[in-house]
Structures are given as C-alpha cells and as structure tokens.
Design a protein. Structure first.
Length: 214
C-alpha cells in the first residue's frame, strides 16, 4: 500500500519560536486513535511536525483532520517491513530527520492459557515486538545524536492478569528493549524510555493498556 499525505500545514513564525518542540520532527506509530492520537495532538500543540501511521485509512484521515496542522498521515502496518521502508523514505525526503520516535502501535487480543493459538501468538509478537523493534531500528539513520525514543509498554508487563499472558509477554519484551537500547545508544546520547500506561479507553475493543492499536 502506498503512504498517503493527507494534510500538511505550516506553523506561524510566532508559534515556531515559543513552543517547546519547535523545529522538532516526530513519528508516532498507531497515531490515528487513542494514546497515539492524543500524543500527536500534544506534540503539534508544542510546535512539532508529526508523522502518524495507522492501518485504517478512514481513521487516519479523520485523525489528520482533527489535529489540523503540521501533520502527515501515512497508511501502513507495523508488522509489514515493506511499509516501514516506504514510510522512512518519505520522512527522509520531506523532513530529513526524526527528533522523536514514539513506537506506540500494537494489538491487544486476549486468550487464556489452553486456548492460545499460533495465530494469536504471531499477531501479538509480530505487531508488539517485531513491529516495535523495526520501527526503531529502521528509524536510526534519521535520528540525530541526542534525540528521543519512546516505547509504549504497559503495566501488565509486571502484573499477572488472566487471559493476558501473551500480550503481557510482549510488553515485558518492550521494557527489556528500553533497558538494552539505552546502552546500545548511549554513545549517541539517544534517550530511550518506556511508558507503561494502565487501562486506557480507546475506540477499538475493550479498555486497553497501550496505544491506538492501529
């Protein structure tokens, strides 16, 4: 699928010099709903230019319209590495850098032990672990020294809740990535942090522990 530029607006000169994130470029995966969309709105309000991704075109278009300025929507799936290649080629062509990467996209299907299928396992690990890993790794050539990487983990990484075993394991992996990548990237002074939200009411499914899941 081809990345799609939905809306693109510019900041005023006054906004450019007063906002905390002025002249910063950010990527938020799963940015069309939920935590991702709320973060994108806040980043834009603070002066950043934001690229958001999502699998569902209609929601992506609506999110870009809601944010209203300094945003580009790119349709794609974090489990598809080809979509990443097109995404980062576009960011490089249009902005040339990424000061902030918020790896937020993922999925939250539930299944108790005894009813876990291979499809269930693969869907969660492909999106929440593989997708997150390659979001960051493929972004690295665009990330300048001293930049920031944020990973969306969850409180379930350290709690034992029924039906959440595979999802919880993916979020434990995310927290591990944050610890190890901090040492991998210390020479470049790239900060790597994980956030661990509690239950968050988002448009898809039941209240969730992570982002927009799109």
């Amino acid at each position: 699928m081809k990345p799609r530029n939905v809306i693109e607006n510019k900041m005023t000169t006054k906004e450019n010099y007063t906002a905390k994130l002025a002249r910063k470029v950010a990527l938020i995966t799963g940015g069309s709903t939920g935590i991702g969309l709320a973060t994108a709105r806040e980043f834009v309000n603070e002066g950043a230019y934001v690229f958001i991704t999502g699998r569902r075109e209609a929601e992506l278009v609506a999110a870009v319209k809601e944010i209203g300025k300094n945003v580009t929507g790119v349709q794609g799936d974090v489990a598809n590495l080809g979509d990443f290649d097109r995404l980062f080629a576009r960011i490089k062509r249009e902005k040339g850098k990424l000061d902030i990467v918020f790896a937020n996209a993922g999925a939250t299907p539930l299944a108790p032990l005894g009813k876990i299928t291979e499809e269930h396992y693969d869907s969660l690990f492909n999106g929440n672990v593989k997708g997150l890993l390659f979001t960051v790794q493929k972004a690295l050539p665009l990330i300048p020294d001293g930049a920031s990487v944020i990973l969306n983990a969850s409180i379930v990484a350290s709690k034992g809740l029924p039906n959440w075993s595979v999802y919880s394991a993916t979020k434990a992996a995310v927290r591990s990535f944050a610890r190890t990548w901090t040492t991998d990237l210390k020479d470049r002074r790239i900060r790597v942090n994980a956030v661990s939200p509690g239950f968050t009411d988002t448009p898809h499914g039941t209240p969730q522990k992570q982002g927009s899941n799109t």
